[in-house]
Design a protein around this ligand. Structure first.
Ligand code: AMP
Ligand code: MG
Length: 404
């Protein structure tokens, strides 16, 4: 058995960032930038007003009340071309260009307007309510870095930088092959010995969340012929994920069939729980992750190893994510030789501090609890017993890549 760390290192070494492609920013949500992006524009391009009001010389309004003559108007899209001289003002609106000569804005609430004159009731120091040119960013500034997973606000920023297309890493195409005579698809009639092929749905969704494109190869039955036929569909993909049949039972044929086909095995079996029997290798040109069939094992393994593989393909640093520390909400016994990933909820204690409360039953077939878990408590091999209130390390479950 190989350690989780060694297994992760091997998996990461088996992948490289994918090719780049140019895409429109309208299609770029959730995509990974393949290069740094510099702005084409300065924002704002000139000094502009941050409020609706009057552009003035601060010196003119140092003593109030005072009266100024309105000589024109500056609005967004149509600035005032002249100069504001002493004793003068220009009506101005939010986002409009600051006229020559003016160095402050009096907001309209602090003014009484009388036809072409205004009475200013409050002073306004130099620079008040003025956004200087380049306040936000300047042409040439690198605002988004290679590897950035683009969220909605990044798409808006790219547009404001006048960058309509970007270079992104191609989406990893990931083949999913389920195995098992017992499996049927959701919505189909379910016989007495049958269960739903839930893993292929979860896996496809997870791959999509991480910015990949799932390629569903369907269900291989527990015969060598069926496995061979289904495996053929993985040709040309960036990674093959097999589910089930990876263990030591008489019907666990995945590894032997792949061996016949020339599997170059990286490792088999990791010192972790859930998910000991993980196959990692290379079948012709396609890397393979052979997951155990139990849904929680498949899920936890994917959270670690499928994510790491996809991180590398998408130009991310797979080691960037660190475990967090929280207090434990229940006692835990000493751990054995396998690294443990306990499903747990994050709940506030009496003081409002979040604590990780492990489910008391950790069976790797229990999908309902897996869905309720907020995190995995990570316990090193041979970790000593821990008491409620002590600190443990956790790995978050919800790692949605993109917010606003
Ligand atoms: P296996 O690794 O094939 O021995 O499967 C271990 C357990 O996971 C068995 O109870 C299987 O029925 C179940 N299982 C295997 N594949 C799937 C799947 N795609 N969806 C849901 N459960 C599965
Ligand atoms: Mg099976």
């Amino acid at each position: 058995m190989i350690s989780v760390e060694a297994a992760l290192a091997k998996v990461c070494a088996g992948f490289r960032p994918l090719d780049r492609e140019t895409i429109a920013i309208e299609q770029a949500l959730g995509r990974a930038l393949a290069e740094d992006v510099a702005s084409q524009l300065t924002h704002p391009p000139t000094a502009v007003s941050a409020m609706d009001g009057y552009a003035v010389r601060a010196a003119d309004v140092a003593t109030v009340p005072c009266t100024l003559t309105q000589i024109g108007e500056s609005r967004a899209g149509l600035g005032f071309e002249g100069e504001v001289k002493s004793g003068e003002t220009v009506r101005i609106y939010t986002g409009a260009r600051l006229p020559e000569g003016a160095d402050s804005i009096v907001i309209q609430e602090n003014v009484e307007a009388v036809s072409t004159a205004i009475r200013v009731l409050e002073t306004a120091p130099v620079g008040k309510y003025i956004r200087p040119a380049g306040l936000d960013f300047k042409a040439g500034d690198v605002l988004l870095k290679q590897g950035r997973i683009l969220a909605a606000r990044d798409i808006g920023l790219l547009a404001s930088m006048n960058v309509p297309t970007i270079s992104a890493y191609r989406k990893p195409r990931i083949a999913i092959m389920s195995t098992g005579d017992e499996l049927v698809m959701a919505g189909q009639p379910v016989g007495p010995d049958q269960i739903i092929n839930s893993n292929s749905y979860a896996m496809a969704a997870y791959i999509t969340t991480l910015g990949g494109e799932p390629v569903n190869l369907g269900i291989a039955r527990d015969t060598e012929q069926s496995l061979r036929d289904t495996l053929a569909g993985a040709k040309g993909t960036d990674l093959l994920v097999t589910i089930g049949g990876a263990s030591v039972g008489d019907y666990d044929l995945v590894q032997s069939v792949m061996n016949q086909q020339g599997l170059d095995l990286g490792f088999y079996k990791i010192a972790m729980r859930p998910g000991k029997p993980l196959i990692f290798g290379q079948l012709h040109d396609v890397p393979v992750l052979g997951l155990p069939g139990n849904p929680v094992s498949a899920g936890v393994i994917s959270r670690l190893f499928l994510k790491a593989a996809m991180d590398v393909m998408l130009g991310q640093d797979p080691t960037a994510e660190k475990l967090q520390s929280v207090r434990l909400g229940a006692d835990l016994e000493a751990n054995d030789q396998r690294q443990d990933y306990l499903r747990a909820r994050l709940q506030p204690d009496a003081n409002g501090e979040l604590t990780a409360v492990p489910f008391n039953r950790q069976d790797s077939s229990m999908m309902a609890r897996f869905a309720q878990a907020d995190c995995l408590i990570v316990r090193a091999p041979h970790a000593a017993a821990v008491k409620k209130g002590e600190t443990v390390s956790i790995l978050a479950m919800n790692i949605g890549r993109v917010g606003f």
